[in-house]
Design a protein around this ligand. Structure first.
Ligand SMILES: *[C@@H]1O[C@H](CO)[C@@H](O)[C@H](O)[C@H]1NC(C)=O
Length: 299
């Protein structure tokens, strides 16, 4: 019976594909061969940051800080200084269990200086229901992200590990020619400066926060924060900031994240990034058919 045997063949193929997908993402990306986070000294929380909001929902413990969200408040912190460029990293451990609606973040922004048309570079962990993985959302806003004209440049990933079990290193490199997002020293996304209109150029500060974004964070707002599970805690340590502040001389250069001192990534780093984008990418704004791509010429 041809239809019966082709059904069996299809079923077999299906299981082979499933097996290949699950086994390849279980092993993690190939080694990037270079570990920029190990080249930079950590600073204590107090050396680099201070409270921004919700100070009663923060616990600073030597090198680490915990911030939490409950039904009365979230919390946020901010770097003591603004930067023109730099490497900004932290080891972060996320709340397990039910975390829908909750966002734990580490990001750069100048929204306090330029309300309504600010720049931003985001690492945001979108909370989830216990049966599903966290989503790591990376985003870049250029001169405007509020006041009706919201042009986000989201790329979302699932991680190749459980981010609630251990601390992992997350970092943003922002230099005059590109932005690189790194997870445990693996570059996951590269956003080059294709034009001045599509690249953040004004000074930004570094921030961390935990807050209720129930309206959109989890499956477009389908699952909301549930304060039966409070407090929701974000844990941060091993802060690394190596950059150029607005007071530094014009010759200041941020560190390189690649083995060559010039910008760019090594062949091995590119291979690791390609693996992440092939296996872990779950959303890419450039490939969203619902979006108006005249607003994002870099795509
Ligand atoms: C917030 O949570 C606390 C602790 O569970 C509870 O006692 C309090 O009533 C809650 N407040 C509101 C406004 O829901």
């Amino acid at each position: 019976m041809p239809s019966h045997s082709s059904f069996l063949l299809m079923a077999l193929l299906y299981f082979i594909i499933l097996f290949t997908i699950s086994s390849s993402s279980a092993q993690g990306p190939p080694s990037p061969g270079y570990y920029p986070s190990s080249k930079l000294n950590s600073i204590s929380f107090d050396q680099g940051f201070g409270n921004l909001w919700g100070p009663q929902h923060q616990k600073v413990d030597q090198d680490s800080i915990s911030i939490w969200l409950d039904n009365s408040s979230g919390s946020g912190f901010k770097s003591l200084r603004p930067y023109r460029s730099g490497y900004f990293g932290a080891a972060i451990k996320l709340q397990p269990g039910y975390t829908a609606g909750v966002i734990t973040s580490f990001y750069l922004s100048n929204n306090e200086d330029h309300p309504g048309n600010h720049d931003e570079i985001d690492i945001e962990f979108l909370g989830t229901t216990p049966d599903k993985p966290y989503t790591l959302q990376t985003n870049v806003y250029v001169r405007g992200s509020g006041d009706g004209n919201i042009i986000g440049r989201e790329m979302k990933f699932h991680l190749w590990f459980d981010p609630t079990q251990d601390y992992h290193n997350y970092a943003i490199l922002w230099n005059p020619s590109e932005i690189i997002f790194l997870v445990d020293d693996v570059p996951i996304r590269r956003y080059p400066r294709k034009s001045d209109a599509t690249f953040p150029l004004r000074p930004m500060s570094a921030y961390g926060s935990i807050w209720d974004a129930s309206s959109w964070a989890t499956e477009e707002g389908k699952y909301k924060a549930d304060y039966h599970y409070q407090p929701f805690i974000g844990r941060y340590k091993n802060f690394k900031i190596s950059g150029c502040t607005v007071e530094d001389s014009a010759s200041c250069r941020p560190p390189s994240v690649s083995p060559s001192s010039s910008s760019g990534l090594s062949r091995q780093q590119c291979t690791a990034m390609e693996w992440v984008q092939r296996n872990q990418l779950v959303y890419n704004y450039c490939q969203d058919p619902k979006r108006d791509h005249t607003q994002t010429p870099e795509c």
